[in-house]
Structures are given as structure tokens and as C-alpha cells.
Ligand binder design. Structure first.
Ligand code: ATP
Length: 299
């Protein structure tokens, strides 16, 4: 099951492709055949670069009124913290994280960033503060330069190349006769899966948001490429508040905090050692998933 076949896969494209906000988002929702129900409140403020303190306060949400998914989530997250979300499939991890960029309107409670209710910020300015990385990378026809710089059209060549370097895409760019101006997609160079991911990571390095939402691969392929990309992702996460739907053992081991989500809410939280020692749901999940060698937590 692709973790992000639901909202975020559709939405990362929107976030990364339409950072100017609502117009593009609407267009995208039209394509999806869904009604836009998220709009800027009158008086919403355009926030600048936020610090990245996040607060979920008694957050309640359901996709339909008859079926609540989240029933009172309280979760403060400090700026710079890396929080790994694990839990049974369908528990609401993806849903919870998709509320932060306001892909859906919550039914109760509030979500804050740096103490400000996200509904009091313009959507565009909120989303400029959030980067999303997932498995299905969204790219559009056009050049590598355009794909990296989308959302930061004012970016200098130097900044674009620096972002590409940090995502380890610079070697490829150097090999291409037209470099950054190489067309990709149907009319141009076909990128490999790993190259696409690097391109998406470059885009976020350039965007430099304080908050990162990460959906890890459901298949923990231990290939060289996977490891290289993981290294870039680790670097991307450094210094940012990082919320990750965790599937890799290394992620839960390294996280500042693991939050175990169940359909009844947050069951436990703590570090890997703390949760193992507790002998609760995390321990059972961990043993079931990793007991017989590296496999998946969550998903
Ligand atoms: P997984 O680990 O399998 O990805 P999850 O913990 O991320 O699961 P969610 O994807 O958040 O769980 O799903 C929580 C519940 O909400 C599930 O019952 C799911 O079927 C439902 N759900 C998810 N997306 C939608 C949607 N767009 N419309 C209606 N229901 C949805």
C-alpha cells in the first residue's frame, strides 16, 4: 500500500508546485474533482520564516462528520525536533500530518506554529514554511532549473546549484551538456527514480523551510541509491522541525521522539529505548516488524 496514495501524494505536488497558493491549489482540486474548502480567513496574516514550534491542541478531525478519525490530539513539538510517527495502518498518521499544511480544515481544537493558529496565516505563507518529501516525486515538464527553482523564481544560479549539490544532483547536472537548462520529462532527459528524488530534495533545500514532513519508503530497499538519498534526507532534516511517518529502523532509533498513533489517539511517546522498556504497543509493533530482521514499522 502506498502510504501517500491519500492526501499528501496529491498535495505535495500542490505544495511544491503551487507555492503561490490558492489559485494553483484550486486548479489542482478541480483536476481532482474536489471542492476547495480551504481559503484564507479575512485578515489572515502573511507570516515570514517561522521558527517551527508546532502545537496540536485537542485537534479533532474526520473526513466525514459520521466518522471521526482524530478525536482530541494534543502534541507539542519543539522547533528543530525530529518526531517519528508509527502505529497500525489506518491509525491516522498521514491524516494528522496533512492537517499541518491545512489540506483539510479541522473540526475542533487548533494547530499552531510558533504559537500562531495556522488559520490566522495565509495558506501561501504557511506552506512556504513547510517542505514535503515522499516517494512519488512530482515533476513537471521543463528544465531542471525550473523544477528546482519552482516556488523561488527569484533564486540565483548559485543558490540553485548549491541546493543541487546538497541533494547530490550536481554530478548529473555537470554531465549534461545543457546542465541546469536540460529539459526533463517526455521532451527531454528521462530521470531515474533516484534522480527524481534528488531533484525534489534540491527543491526543498532551495526553499529552505523550517518544517519538514517526510513519508518514508514502505520498502526499505538497502541499495546504494537508497542509502545516498537517505543521507541527503538526513542532511535536509538537520536544523528543521521534522515530522516523519517512519518505516525505517534507523529513523525510529535516531528520532528525538517516537509518537505511537492508534485509532484511539496517541498511545505512547518517547524515545526508542524508553518505549521498548515500557513494554507497550511500541514494543509489540517493533517486535512484529523488526523482530525478524529489518522491515517496516507502521504503514
Ligand atoms: P498508513 O500507515 O496505512 O498510511 P495512517 O496511519 O497514515 O495509515 P491515515 O492514512 O491517516 O492512516 O488514515 C486514517 C483513516 O482515515 C483510515 O481509516 C483511512 O481509510 C481514512 N482516510 C484516509 N484518507 C481519507 C480520505 N481522503 N477520505 C476519507 N477517508 C480517508
Amino acid at each position: 500500500v502506498s502510504v501517500f496514495y491519500r492526501p499528501l501524494d496529491k498535495i505535495a505536488a500542490v505544495i511544491e508546485t503551487y507555492p503561490k497558493g490558492i489559485a494553483g491549489f484550486r486548479r489542482y482540486q478541480e483536476l481532482l474533482g474536489t471542492e476547495p474548502d480551504i481559503a484564507d480567513r479575512p485578515g489572515a496574516q502573511a507570516v515570514g520564516h517561522l521558527k517551527g514550534d508546532i502545537g496540536f491542541e485537542d485537534v479533532r478531525f474526520g473526513y466525514t462528520p459520521d466518522r471521526p478519525i482524530l478525536t482530541g490530539i494534543d502534541l507539542p513539538i519543539h522547533a528543530g525536533e525530529t518526531v517519528a510517527f508509527v502505529g497500525p495502518s489506518g491509525a491516522g498518521k498521514t491524516t494528522l500530518l496533512s492537517l499541518l499544511p491545512r489540506f483539510y480544515e479541522i473540526d475542533g481544537g487548533r494547530i499552531t506554529v510558533d504559537g500562531i493558529d495556522i488559520r490566522d496565516m495565509t495558506l501561501a505563507s504557511l506552506r512556504r514554511n513547510i517542505g514535503i518529501v515522499q516517494q512519488d516525486v512530482f515533476l513537471f515538464g521543463g528544465t531542471i532549473r525550473e523544477n528546482i527553482a519552482y516556488g523561488r523564481l527569484d533564486a540565483s544560479e548559485e543558490d540553485i546549484l548549491a541546493a543541487a549539490r546538497r541533494a547530490r544532483l550536481d554530478t548529473l547536472i555537470a554531465e549534461l551538456p545543457e546542465g541546469l537548462d536540460t529539459l526533463i520529462g517526455e521532451r527531454g532527459v528521462k530521470l531515474s527514480g533516484g534522480q527524481k528524488q534528488r531533484l525534489a530534495i534540491s527543491r526543498i533545500f532551495l526553499k529552505d523551510p523550517p518544517i519538514l514532513i517526510l513519508d518514508e519508503a514502505t520498502s526499505a530497499l538497502d541499495t546504494h541509491t537508497e542509502r545516498e538519498i537517505q543521507r541527503s534526507l538526513d542532511e535536509l532534516a538537520r536544523g528543521r522541525t521534522t515530522l516523519v511517518i517512519a518505516h525505517r529502523l534507523a529513523t525510529v532509533l535516531d528520532a528525538d521522539r517516537i509518537v505511537v498513533v492508534t485509532p484511539d489517539g496517541i498511545a505512547e511517546q518517547g524515545t526508542h529505548e524508553e518505549l521498548l522498556a515500557r513494554g507497550g504497543l511500541y514494543r509489540r509493533l517493533y517486535q512484529a516488524q523488526f523482530g525478524e530482521g529489518p522491515a517496516l514499522v507502521g504503514g
